[in-house]
Design a protein around this ligand. Structure first.
Ligand code: SF4
Length: 205
């Protein structure tokens, strides 16, 4: 089992299941990405659309009553933290970028609540930039399949993927690993009997 086989199989089995966030502007995408951690994309689309219809731009959301925002965001979980992040992000965009959400990594990473993963997801969708988006799912799957060592740094993981998987869409590959990690190769109780890689995996649950 090598990373090319893994990529091919993931493409075959999971490509059609890649969910997608629904958005019509960079503002809508940013809002949904801030709502995304530990939530399904269906839920993010649903709650995000409610929030966007109530507060259709950074200025409206910045001026919104925090309790009203929390009430809308509540069903998605971690609503206190996410509501504060939404308001802080809008405030920062207004004060630092004249209300325009930036499209460069060095700028967007400065927005409060936007980490490396969120910034790269945003730019891969808005600019079609190609990024390896490293998260806990990607690391877990590659480690269990013994393609990387558990103590690899993010830089080592990126170098490993780029040197072994040339001319690929790295964003798609990252998203496939993320999906596979969420659906089958879960942190607790991975569903190994249903896994297409069970014959190559020594982790087997
Ligand atoms: S066999 Fe189990 S642990 Fe191994 S990759 Fe598949 S789901 Fe993950």
């Amino acid at each position: 089992m090598n990373i090319c086989n893994l990529h091919e199989e993931l493409n075959l089995v999971f490509y059609d299941s890649l969910d997608s966030l629904e958005y019509n502007s960079d503002y809508e995408l940013l809002i949904k990405l801030i709502l995304s951690p530990r939530a399904s994309e269906n839920k993010v689309n649903q709650i995000g659309d409610l929030l966007i219809s109530e507060f259709p731009n950074v200025y409206d959301l910045n001026n919104a009553n925090l309790l009203t925002v929390k009430k809308i965001v509540k069903p998605i979980g971690y609503y206190n933290q996410k509501s504060l992040r939404l308001k802080s992000a809008c405030d920062f965009v207004i004060n630092q970028f004249e209300g325009q959400i930036p499209k460069k990594y060095k700028d967007i990473i400065q927005i409060p609540g936007i980490g490396d993963k969120c910034a790269k997801k945003y730019l891969s969708l808005i600019n079609k930039d190609d990024y390896i988006i490293i998260d806990s799912h990607l690391i877990r799957v590659l480690t269990r399949l013994e393609l990387i060592s558990p103590n690899f740094s993010h830089v080592q993981i990126e170098n490993f993927i780029k040197s072994n998987l040339k001319n690929s869409n790295y964003t798609d590959f990252s998203n496939l690993l993320n999906l596979f990690g969420k659906k089958l190769c879960k942190s607790r109780k991975p569903e190994c009997t249903r896994c297409p890689f069970k014959n190559f995996c020594n982790f087997i649950n």
